[in-house]
Design a protein around this ligand. Sequence first.
Ligand SMILES: Nc1ncnc2c1ncn2[C@@H]1O[C@H](COP(=O)(O)OP(=O)(O)OP(=O)(O)O)[C@@H](O)[C@H]1O
Ligand SMILES: [Mg+2]
Length: 801
Amino acid sequence: MTQKVLSKNGNEPPAVNAAPPKQPAIKPLPDDALIIIPMRNTVLFPGVISPITVGRIQSVSAAQEAVRSEKKIGFLLQRDPQTNDVQPSDLYWVGTAGQVVRYITGAEGTHHLVVQGQSRFRVLEFLPGWPYLVARVQMVSQKEDSNPEIEARFLQLKAQAVEAIGLLPSAPEELTVVVQGMTSPALLADMVANLLDIKNEDKQDLLETFDLKRRLDKVLEHLSERVGVLRISKEIGDKTKKEFDERQREHVLREQMRQIQKELGEGEDTAAELEELKKAIADAGMPDEVHKHAVKEFKRLQRMGEGSAEGSMLRTYLEWLAELPWKESSVQEIDIAKARQILDEDHYGLDKIKRRILEHLAVRKLNPEGKSPILCFVGPPGVGKTSLGQSIARATGRKFQRIALGGVHDEAEIRGHRRTYIGALPGNVIQAIRRAESRTCVLMFDEIDKLGQGGFHGDPSSALLEVLDPEQNSKFRDNYLGVDFDLSKVMFITTANMLDTIPGPLRDRMEIIQLPGYTEEEKLEIAKRYLVKRQLDANGLKPEQVTVSEDTLRSVIRDYTREAGVRTLEREIGAVLRHVAMRIAEGAKEKIVIEPKDLHGILGAKRFESELAERTSVPGVATGLAWTSVGGDILFIEASRTPGTGKLILTGQLGEVMKESAQAALTLAKVFTAQTLEKTDIHIHVPAGATPKDGPSAGVAMFLSLISLLTAKSIRADVAMTGEISLRGLVLPIGGVKEKTLAALRAGIKTVMLPKRNEKDLEDVPAEAREKLEFVFLERVEEAIRTAIGELPAPGERKAA
Ligand SMILES: Nc1ncnc2c1ncn2[C@@H]1O[C@H](COP(=O)(O)OP(=O)(O)OP(=O)(O)O)[C@@H](O)[C@H]1O
Ligand SMILES: [Mg+2]
């Protein structure tokens, strides 16, 4: 008798002559033993419910015995699905124990189980003496300790899984809800692993990856590969469908339109429009080759007759061609003196930066055909990168356009889609050129550091490289246009928050100009000269109606903002003036004067006032200085102790390097305080913000926070520090001195401790900061203790502390 496998899994083609199960006297199983069923084609995962068909006589009796005695079954994958008479060496030794939830005897003598996977196990040894396989096993328990690393992967996996479900035409929609509601990373990983369309060996590998983080990583990798494939196939499917739908729709609409036009007697309009397009093409000043191409396409359009979908696409295309600024608008010669005046008009301070810009312009002026590098402004938000670009445009008499690159993942966003795509358009470079109506404009690429990495849609950074490369950009070819457009006269400027993430080849083409941020005095000047005026205009107020005193501005800067740039400052000034506008609208007649005491009522409680003193009042808290993409910032490092076993616990999204430096700090602190801390756990936390922090430069601060904790003496509130430490107690140099110093000044710090070897970097620090801050240069950590905490008791007394 031959039978068909019924189960979709088809694990167990039924054995020939499946005999009815016997009921022999069976000796009891040891406690740590499981009845084993070998699987030809299925890997069962914990938490997953799966139908399984059994056919081999041993498997059938194993299943029946398990059901009868209410025991779990261990399911193990066979190395070779063809093997019939399975020996222990034919099996993988890691599997999943599962409970049979239903047992169905099929019509043709087949046996179906519905099993629920419960937990992973590892085989210790197989035991002889049963009519089926039996093994002593060790259960692998899954600790569900969540930490940020797991959590991040969990969220990513969820998102990917939801996307995958959306892409699968056959997947039930409820599945999305199920996935979204899941709270256990381990369960989700196993569920996805079960559903993945991958080789059984790979599934087995996932089963054998006990470490949850690594398992999540592996599952994510498989899944994203799968999602990639699904996306492409869906795209292909969608496109064909959409193309069809839209063509039909458009056709119907055009037909209706023609009827309406006929009724209204406007039939000749299209002819006139075509005539207009023809004239526009003739006048556009296209290069010969492009013109020939356009004329040819135009004739095709005429032949095509009105109304067809293709005709309308072709017409849009020709309109694009005709509207591009092919003609070279004359560029006025750069007048350096006038340019300087305009830069000064638009921006306060920034002397060094303005000088570099003028130098750049001078070089261009002397050698207009030369290949000058591209300016790249790098700095925190709100320091004036974009507005400097606008100012340069004004100073050189060019139009200004900007293109945001943040999150651009697809090459087509820069270079356009081919015309064969329904709804295709040129890329954002050509679009910006059309908006500018001039190909001698200033084109600013914003956030070049946030440019997405190339996926399977092509690498946007290589397209950008082509745009910026003077060797290639005179023949830039947008996919939609399909003809060359000369970008060589465009003046490109780029901006970024950080240097590190700018793709290397791009960075090589650029002249980097750094804008570190402003001091309080500079901000005050910017506010007085620019921001208040602008916000007065924006709120429809006249200077006669309101005065915002200098002290008020200073208080806004000091108590309500903590930023390198002036963006929040401008916003808060806006809020103050809106309040004034309201009072005037309500009937106030006299000139309104805003004093610092009024701010509380308008902007709420001071935001940054007492944080320093409050935070550092307890022992164990040190004020560190960090360098981030938004400029420098202060950060509080908090250490605390609990009874324990000598562990070091680190929280606050710290990177690997920072974790190592915490270890080093602890070791050093133990040496210094002569404490072994065998019965104590130390917890170091770096709060504030979800920004991941990394780097060794918090070494001194972590060390001091520990010393402060272990000696129960607080650290001076007005001291901030940065520096790497060595295990021998040396203080090693760090980066970002300028930004960190400015941050300290903003936060109201009086003394900044820096590594001795960074002393030379003070040159770059603005004079205001150098005057207002006291600097202590550290060679060794003892000096840091002395400055920030005071003398430590002599080693003999330390232990008592
Ligand atoms: N030195 C300055 N003088 C006058 N105004 C300034 C100065 N610096 C910045 N501003 C003003 O601050 C505001 C923010 O500047 P801008 O938009 O250029 O910042 P950005 O550096 O481009 O920031 P992001 O990185 O967020 O794009 C603008 O209104 C700008 O005019
Ligand atoms: Mg900007």
